[in-house]
Design a protein around this ligand. Structure first.
Ligand code: ARG
Length: 276
């Protein structure tokens, strides 16, 4: 039986979507001909930020940069494990300036940073669970970066291959519900993974929550858990029910405007994991 959920306080970095728009298309959710409302995006983002603060978490912000509309997806900005920063190196030119911008924020705030040589999109593809890092590949992050981050952090890295372009980042297909070693719990959408990666997930997490197609299609797995409260897209009703059954508290937050860029709550939230 999975352990009873328990909250741990988190430290997040977020970026206000002041300059939000969809002006290019680098994932199947993005349609540059569709109307986007930066004002509404800011409102939804503010509710998300307020929600984290009301839950007792610390949220810091990085200033948005004009011309980088995807900067709101802070999860892609870096990976922080044990207080050490591994920078992002974005696949597409449109987002490449974000890597140095996020790395500079961390350097300015006194963190030790490692500039990535290999292409990786931060916590979009690299998720800490217990002592291991789950690392996605297939669309954005190169496998070579998995070796690089293993060296930088000293952690075991488990490569997972994504096969559906709608679930192009690991955090769109898998949510870490409990990251504490010995109590690990995850939720994922099996069809987003290759056969071998699905088998690996089944072996490591036999009690995992399996999301339905409808849960996945509203990016319900792009959820942020503090070990107890799970901030999740309101449309992911079957997922929320499964979470409640296990003692988690689903906290629905509408990020529909940000879904037009292909992201949800988790994409907007970079977790700063402190030194152990
Ligand atoms: N438009 C962004 C991109 O395609 C969305 C990123 C979503 N972020 C995430 N952590 N999955 O790169």
């Amino acid at each position: 039986m999975p352990a009873t959920p328990q909250q741990t306080r988190r430290h997040y970095l977020m970026c206000e979507p002041t300059f939000y728009t969809v002006s290019y298309e680098i994932n199947p959710w993005m349609d540059s001909t569709r109307y986007t409302d930066a004002g509404l995006a800011v409102q939804q983002w503010q509710v998300l930020k307020d929600t984290f603060e009301q839950l007792g978490h610390t949220v810091e912000t990085i200033d948005p940069i004009p011309g980088l509309p995807d900067m709101v997806y802070a999860a892609n900005g870096a990976t922080i494990v044990d207080g050490v920063v591994y920078s992002a190196k974005f696949r597409y030119p449109e987002r490449q300036p974000e890597g140095p911008a996020y790395e500079k924020w961390f350097a300015d705030h006194g963190y030790v940073t490692h500039t990535a040589e290999q292409v990786n999109e931060g916590e979009g593809d690299i998720l800490g669970v217990g002592d291991v890092l789950l690392a996605g590949t297939g669309f954005r992050t190169d496998r070579a970066s998995h070796d690089e981050i293993a060296k930088v952090t000293g952690r075991e890295v488990v490569t997972l291959e994504l096969v559906d372009p709608h679930y192009y980042h690991l955090d769109t297909a898998l949510a870490v519900l409990d990251s504490t070693a010995g109590r690990e719990q995850v939720a994922y959408y099996p069809p987003a993974f290759s056969d071998a990666s699905r088998a690996e997930l089944e072996r490591r997490y036999p009690d995992a929550v399996l999301a339905t197609e409808a849960d996945a299609a509203c990016l319900g797995l792009n959820a942020v858990s503090d070990g107890l409260n799970v901030v999740v897209a309101p449309g992911a009703t079957a997922l929320a029910a499964q979470l409640s059954d296990r003692g988690f508290r689903p906290v629905p937050v509408d990020t529909s405007e940000l879904l037009k860029g292909g992201g949800g709550a988790k994409c907007c939230t970079l977790e700063i994991r402190p030194a152990r």
